[in-house]
Write a protein that binds this ligand. Structure first.
Ligand code: SF4
Length: 98
């Protein structure tokens, strides 16, 4: 099961979970280091540049919606999923919970 965001992005409901979308992921084959932070430290401007490049790929990805839903449902703690970083996902989850 996973969450589906409403049009406003503020309501959730449960739906059957599927991962078929992963086969159409535009990030397949792209270095994971673009979508996830390095194991060593990363400066703020480096993080912003890396995330910006990853988000640009997400912006052209046809499965951005199910990818985002998946990451929100699983509360993915790291990385760019569905064009959002962890802080942006946490904001959405906090707004949903309030
Ligand atoms: S939305 Fe971004 S992270 Fe999700 S599958 Fe597409 S390219 Fe990968």
């Amino acid at each position: 099961m996973f969450y589906i965001l409403s049009g406003s992005g503020m309501e959730v409901r449960m739906a059957g979970m599927g991962t078929n979308w992963q086969g159409q992921a535009l990030c397949k084959g792209v270095r994971s280091s673009l979508f996830f932070p390095p194991s060593t430290s990363e400066k703020k401007d480096e993080k912003e540049r890396r995330e910006s490049r990853a988000k640009a790929i997400c912006g052209r990805c046809r499965v951005i919606v199910p990818c985002r839903q998946y990451a929100l449902a699983l509360k993915e703690p790291y990385g760019i999923w569905g064009g959002l970083n962890e802080s942006e996902r946490n904001l959405i989850l906090a707004r949903i919970a309030s």
